[in-house]
Design a binder for this molecule. Structure first.
Ligand SMILES: N[C@@H](CCC(=O)N[C@@H](CS)C(=O)NCC(=O)O)C(=O)O
Length: 219
């Protein structure tokens, strides 16, 4: 059975923002049996010797599947899709396109959106404001690419919903409280479409229960 190591508690602003949620979303989509192992980051659980053996960088998410350990949320999403034989097409080109958009989410779009988040949370001096403006320009460039990709498409990589949609939608969630999506109507409706899925709604409820928050607080 799969064990998902995720957050049971974390510093205040981190509730509902962590990358274990995208993995739980995929598990809820495919219906594989799993258990959630909740770690308390504030109590140092991520630094423990036993967890260090599982996670190269003392981070969540990690999964363990009958002794096989996978870290990095995007790799885990692909593992779950492969294992379940769902959320990924079977043909070589289709699978490669799913991988392309998983990498686009994780290595092109996410770092920029995360930087915006970090600068806004931690720093407001003049240099930071300049860096923020430049980072927002870069974000607009990536979002413009995603917007063009979504022309005439329901999902980012394939005719059906795949793990690439979980990867991309969860990355876009970083900016849900900002106005960065506003100039991109296709991204806005894609974002809504992805998050309307019952498996995401279940994931949010499970996270709220685990973190002693309401679904509204996490949404
Ligand atoms: N590249 C990793 C990043 C994982 C990550 O950022 N994990 C955060 C929670 S979302 C974490 O464990 N933070 C605690 C820490 O770094 O000490 C992935 O995609 O899985």
């Amino acid at each position: 059975m799969i064990t998902l190591y995720g957050i049971g508690d974390i510093f205040e602003g981190g509730h509902g923002e962590t990358k274990d949620l995208r993995v739980q979303w995929a598990l809820e989509e495919v219906g594989l049996e799993y258990r959630f192992h909740a770690l308390d980051q504030t109590a140092g659980d991520l630094e423990s010797e036993s967890y260090t053996r599982l996670s190269p960088f003392h981070q969540v998410p990690v999964i363990e599947d009958d002794g096989f350990v996978v870290a990095e949320s995007t790799a885990i999403l692909l593992y779950i899709a492969e294992k379940a034989g769902r959320l990924v097409p079977t043909d070589f080109h289709g699978r490669t396109t799913v991988m392309q958009w998983c990498f686009a989410a994780a290595s092109t779009v996410a770092p920029t959106l995360q930087s915006i988040d970090l600068i806004e949370i931690f720093d407001t001096d003049k240099t930071a404001i300049k860096v923020l403006a430049e980072t927002k320009k870069l974000a607009a460039r990536w979002l413009d690419g995603v917007e063009r990709r979504l022309e005439g498409r329901e999902w980012i990589a394939h005719a059906e919903f795949t793990v690439a949609d979980i990867a991309m939608a969860n990355v876009l969630r970083t900016i849900r409280k900002s106005d960065l999506m506003e100039p991109f109507p296709r991204i806005e409706s894609y974002y809504e479409r992805c998050h309307a899925r019952p498996a995401w709604q279940r994931t949010l409820s499970l996270a709220a229960e685990r973190l002693h928050r309401t679904v509204e607080q996490l949404r």
